[in-house]
Design a binder for this molecule. Structure first.
Ligand SMILES: *Cc1c(COP(=O)(O)O)cnc(C)c1O
Length: 473
């Protein structure tokens, strides 16, 4: 079948309009009646979506201490900048000459992230943290393949790791070996030594880890790994804790991903688009996905000429709108990025100290940007962590992350971020202490929550098994 463009591209003086659709499509594919779409007025549609958005909780409505997910303040000017016509309407296939501004932004962002992470090269392509992990593990795999060390089939992952770490390594064909944490909530170095042999390709670490605790032995660990001929992968999801104070290169890591949507200001609740750039040290530079954005004689170019490239990991160049937001945030903050981390750490320690009397704190250590309580005591009194989370919703507060990390029973993982005031933090403390008292006095009452939200307490089994997804006007 000829396409409309083969028959006339307009150059022969015959406009596309001179043809009828029936000239190109087989008769059985043509519609012969009304399509039957629901007919609603603009106002009815607007009211429907406004109603839905009003039901939604968001950072603009209240405190959002979702540990590990860093729901920090996202400056509204970012939205304005990302929607500028030259950014938002630029076609990804536009010629390089016509896209110099966008390419310059990507190049400058790569340079900024190199500076912040200490890495030697960056790809902006991965669309999320987990996607960055996959990319990084593919780079590590190819590096050992090219070196002829195909015996390196194992990847070590701490028991506190985010589930995406073992999943990403496994998807690359690695075998996962778990290393346990010690009683300080850190990687047990002696246990790690036991696991090292010539088959270990890498260790994946998060620092601070998912307990919000800094891995103090990280230099010893990186020496051990490198002496073993292995590499170190840094899960940068918790970078909000250390920006500008230290970096993964100083800690001895070889590959890093950042979650721009966590650390560098992009709203991402509800699984919206993200970006998970990956940085690598010099010897892994030639393995990055193509294209990398380069600057040659003052012109910004898409470089596809990367010797051992693992190829593309995403269409075009990544989630460009997120890159604009991150770049704007970094330029706005400048050296104050360091203060954002300092305040995030201060706020978390403040909450931890205020709450540790009423709730169990399994790892009573100074924390970084987040900390993990256990609802074990409340569970024995009749309300599980899930019940505490639901009760918080009645006080216009988003629940913290619950039941993660897995090594803490009834975990409540709290991350206040840098952008909340002391009043907001004190109010949260008051609510949490009130809930602890309520559970002691009347656990059944707490179990009725949430009662003030647009959707009250739901039957979770029914909601999962028989979801009612129909629109009722
Ligand atoms: C969020 C997170 C990830 C995964 O990042 P996504 O952007 O959600 O894919 C990985 N590790 C840790 C520690 C995280 O908190």
């Amino acid at each position: 079948m000829k396409t409309i463009f083969e028959k006339s591209n307009g150059a022969d003086g015959i406009g596309v309009g001179d043809y009828k659709l029936g000239d190109f499509l087989p008769a059985e594919m043509l519609r012969d009646g009304e399509i039957g779409l629901p007919q609603l007025s603009e106002l009815e549609v607007l009211r429907h979506y406004k109603e839905l958005s009003d039901r939604n909780f968001c950072i603009e409505k209240g405190f959002y201490p979702l540990g590990s997910c860093t729901m920090k303040y996202n400056p509204k000017v970012n939205e304005f900048l990302a929607s500028l016509e030259g950014f938002a309407n630029l076609h990804p296939l536009q010629d390089e000459e016509d896209s110099q501004g966008a390419l310059e932004l990507m190049y400058n962002l790569q340079e900024a992230l190199k500076h912040i992470t200490g890495m030697d090269a960056i790809t902006l392509q991965p669309a999320a943290g987990a996607h960055g992990e996959l990319t990084g593990m593919m780079v590590i795999k190819k590096y050992f393949e090219v070196k002829g060390e195909t015996n390196r089939t194992k990847v070590i992952v701490p028991d506190s790791a985010h589930g995406t770490n073992p999943a990403s390594a496994k998807m690359c064909g690695f075998e996962i070996v778990e290393v346990k944490s010690n009683d300080k909530g850190q990687v047990d170095v002696e246990a790690l030594k036991e696991l090292l042999d010539e088959n270990v390709a890498a260790i994946m670490m998060t620092n601070p880890n998912t307990l919000g605790i800094f891995e103090e032995k990280v230099l010893e660990i990186s020496k051990l790994m490198h002496d073993n001929g292995s590499l170190l992968y840094y899960d940068g999801a918790n970078f909000n804790a250390v920006m500008g104070w230290t970096n993964p290169a100083l800690m001895g890591f070889d590959v890093v991903h950042l979650n721009l949507h966590k650390t560098f200001a992009t709203p991402h609740g509800g699984g919206g688009p993200g970006a998970g750039p990956v940085g690598v040290v010099e010897k892994l530079k030639d393995y990055l996905p193509t294209p990398v954005i380069d600057c040659v004689d003052g012109k910004y170019v898409r470089n596809y000429d990367i010797k051992h490239s693992i190829g593309k990991v995403r269409s075009f160049y990544g989630n460009f709108g997120i890159l604009v937001r991150a770049y704007a945030y970094i330029l706005m903050m400048g050296k104050n990025l360091k203060l954002a981390s300092a305040d995030a750490v201060l706020n978390a320690n403040y909450l931890k100290e205020k709450l540790k009397g009423a709730y169990d704190l399994p790892y009573d250590e100074p924390c970084m940007h987040e900390f993990v309580l256990s609802g074990e005591k409340q569970h024995h009194q009749g309300v599980s962590t899930l019940g505490i989370a639901k009760r918080l919703m009645d006080s216009n507060c988003h629940p913290p992350t619950v039941y993660f990390p897995l090594i803490v029973h009834e975990a409540l993982m709290i991350e206040p971020t840098e952008s909340e005031s002391k009043e907001v933090l004190d109010n949260f403390v008051e609510i949490m202490l009130k809930i602890a008292r309520e559970i002691e006095e009347n656990p059944e009452g707490v179990l009725k929550s949430p009662q003030t939200t647009p959707i009250k307490k739901v039957d979770e089994t029914l909601a999962a098994r028989k979801p009612d997804l129909t629109y009722k006007g």
